[in-house]
Design a protein around this ligand. Structure first.
Ligand SMILES: C[S@@+](CC[C@H](N)C(=O)[O-])C[C@H]1O[C@@H](n2cnc3c(N)ncnc32)[C@H](O)[C@@H]1O
Length: 256
């Protein structure tokens, strides 16, 4: 397992969000939002069944994971197939430290490389047509709208023709009334869980985080996200799973 430290640039807000108490006890997410772990699992399941066009026998597929966090999605990807090698990028050092501990079993396989970096800066430094798969779980929704547009464009550039972006994430409902109802339900769950655990501190942090996710400059609604993928040149773009405000979306870079 190699670790690369690339220059750290943009998006201090994202870094802060997971460098503090939320990141330190990130496993709480499983209790307050069980759908998140399911999205991660399904990203791995997608990769297990994915046929890489034109891949010759013996070549390891290059997978770039955006926002690996504590390694929940990474583990699913590594288990999904033996012919992949992952560059797992995250901006928050405390999250990467947990990923390294959680994925220690993959240490000496040469299949896992951690990169501490802002994702957009890192992707910008990669050669065009050099990556087979870009995978992510529950990270894109943390990005500001403009940042998300830039990184999706860059992801399309670095993917090989025939390569795929697979993202399991919070994709807000396009029906804003229904979305509000779903968020209220999520908040109720936060209150239930953190009251039982007597953790008003985490209730406060996660509630503020939820408000940040829902802010107009932040929120990632499904239809605009699909339009963005198509606009930068992905085709086809498919929704595999839709559960409340969660979805697994794949976007293929057409073969030349
Ligand atoms: C909600 S967590 C998801 C973690 C993991 N993928 C999972 O499935 O549980 C989002 C992760 O994205 C990372 N992140 C947010 N903004 C980032 C950025 N601009 N560059 C790299 N990583 C970022 C955070 O540090 C955090 O670890």
């Amino acid at each position: 397992m190699a670790t690369v430290d690339v220059k750290r640039t943009a998006d201090p807000a994202s870094e802060q969000a997971f460098s503090g108490p939320i990141g330190a006890e990130y496993e709480m997410l499983k209790l307050i939002c069980p759908a998140a772990a399911d999205m991660s699992r399904q990203v791995g399941a997608f990769l297990a069944g994915w046929q890489c066009p034109g891949s010759g026998a013996g070549r390891r597929l290059k997978v770039l994971e955006i926002g690996c966090g504590t390694g929940i999605t990474t583990a699913g990807l590594l288990q999904a197939r033996a012919d992949i090698e992952i560059m797992a990028v995250d901006i928050a050092a405390p999250m990467l430290a947990q990923a390294k501990a959680n994925l220690a079993a993959w240490n000496d396989t040469g299949r896992l490389h951690f990169v501490e970096s802002d994702a957009l800066s890192f992707v910008k430094g990669l050669a065009s047509n050099s990556v087979d798969v870009v995978a992510s779980g529950y990270a894109f929704h943390n990005f500001l709208d403009d940042y998300r547009c830039q990184i999706v464009r860059e992801i399309h550039r670095v993917l090989r023709p025939g390569g795929v972006l697979i993202n399991g994430d919070r994709y807000a409902l396009d029906d804003t009334v229904e979305q509000t109802r779903v968020i209220q339900e999520e908040l109720r769950q936060y209150f239930r869980v953190f009251a039982e655990l007597n953790r008003p501190d985490l209730l406060e942090d996660w509630t503020l985080h939820l408000f940040s996710d829902e802010a107009p400059e932040h929120v990632m609604r499904l239809e605009p996200a699909l339009t963005l993928y198509r606009d930068v040149g992905f085709d086809p773009v498919r929704v595999h799973e839709r559960y409340r405000n969660n979805a697994v979306v794949s976007a293929e870079k057409p073969q030349a």
